[in-house]
Design a protein around this ligand. Sequence first.
Ligand code: UAG
Ligand code: ATP
Length: 489
Amino acid sequence: MKLQTLLSRLPGFWVHRGGNPDIVALEMDSRHVTPGSLFFCLKGFTVDGHDFAEQAVARGAAAVVAERPLAVDAPLVLVPDSRRAMAILADAFYGHPTHRLHLIGVTGTNGKTTTTHIIDQIARKAGKKTGLIGTVGIKIGARSYPAANTTPESLVLQRTFKQMIDEGVEFAAMEVSSHALHQGRVHGCDYDVAVFTNLTQDHLDYHGTMDEYRNAKGLLFAQLGNRYDERRPKFAVLNHDDPVSQYYKHMTAAPIITYGIRTKSDVMAEEIAMTPSGMAFRLCTPHGSAVVETKLVGLFNVYNMLAAAAACLASGFSLETIAAALRDVEPVSGRFETVDEGQNFTIIVDYAHTPDSLENALKTVRQFAKRNVYVVIGCGGDRDRTKRPLMAQVAVRHADVAVFTSDNPRSEDPQQILRDMEAGVSDQDGRYVTIPDREEAIRYAIRQAQEGDVVLIAGKGHETYQIIGGNVIEFDDRAVARAAVRERT
Ligand SMILES: CC(=O)N[C@H]1[C@@H](OP(=O)(O)OP(=O)(O)OC[C@H]2O[C@@H](n3ccc(=O)[nH]c3=O)[C@H](O)[C@@H]2O)O[C@H](CO)[C@@H](O)[C@@H]1O[C@H](C)C(=O)N[C@@H](C)C(=O)N[C@H](CCC(=O)O)C(=O)O
Ligand SMILES: Nc1ncnc2c1ncn2[C@@H]1O[C@H](COP(=O)(O)OP(=O)(O)OP(=O)(O)O)[C@@H](O)[C@H]1O
């Protein structure tokens, strides 16, 4: 495609200096540039892509998109925001793939991964070939690919959507993070259904305030009305029990479908009960009701199933298909995953890493603990520091023994992170122990556990690494827990 043709899709103000080369690829990392690429200079948090423009041209970049004038020997396109320009041009370059996909975007502090997985399982039950994008990775049909972000940069996103179209995928679900919305990574995505799970404190290191965080997530609903097509009605699916939904209601032109447990909603769960193998509830919808028995546990998972059910009703699936899929739904890796080595107490590995999700996880665990609840929990480095004392308070309030430990300290001193956690429970001596080494902390909790106890190892879920300093070290809570049980016997 000629550079000028591509640029004709770019709205707003931009300046183009130089020739009109053929563009055969788009790239944002100078190290991966191949001849004929259009190179985007992105300002990062650690380095600035503008500093690599020369290297990109030396590797054969045909033109460069930047936010400031650069002395490069190639045509230069100046834009106010290269990330947004990249999102719009990637969408155009790959032929607007999301116009040809039924796309569901899920945002919210907790439950995005679980809800998208449930949606995916419902769509597969309905016989669709599906695509899935999120924290656990990317799936196209039966094949899986790793992903660095919950919501990838627009280049990866649009390339992935194009691949989905080429491979016959017609239905995709994706997690949409507040970072991605704020940075414009999803500009150009044409959603059919946008889903909101909930909003509680997280990511204040990035967004600064809860209002900013809420507004960033709201962009998904504002974006929903962007491309009106009467053959493809769009819907916003909102959690009626979360007051933030009232705010998002006013941000979208799309019709709204509500779901909830406490507040009268379009899609509701009634008669919720624990069963020996999970939970049961009555799924009530405008199309009738159905009893669902599921392997998933926890009230939060009822919300996730309601969100998925509402999104799938909006997508045209029948109540029968949805209820049948919910009955078969498999838990997501690292979300309330049990580690069973034949021990007489329960070990659960869960990805809860926000105060709200930790509280939900601990309340759920309490329901089936016959005796004491142990929780092993840490807080990430280089991330929201205000979360640390809150996480410690939740742990101490809802567990009998809390073990504070490390969880991806990144460039920070693990001892300092632990001191920040301890500051939240300074009057609670004796309710917690601090063991900086995560492996040792897990072994400690498992050594202490007695028959009927539950050990909740929270924070890392499916992750198989720890980031300590600049190093990524292999680490899997589940493997460590299994080894610790074997050590006991
Ligand atoms: C804070 C943030 O959003 N960081 C993102 C950012 O990283 P960065 O600022 O460090 O970028 P960088 O690596 O320094 O590079 C800047 C630019 O220079 C380029 N470069 C760099 C080196 C070089 O030799 N040549 C070159 O061209 C890079 O390709 C890039 O285009 O740009 C990278 C490339 O696009 C992203 O992968 C990275 O996400 C990192 C992994 C991250 O952790 N982001 C988090 C905060 C995030 O986005 N999280 C949300 C989920 C949150 C949740 O719900 O849990 C997400 O959607 O993942
Ligand atoms: N609807 C929910 N409300 C509150 N907590 C939840 C909900 N769903 C899941 N959780 C808790 O949050 C943890 C993470 O769930 P999940 O991975 O689905 O969320 P997420 O939004 O994708 O998280 P992230 O953005 O960090 O990837 C789970 O392990 C569980 O403890």
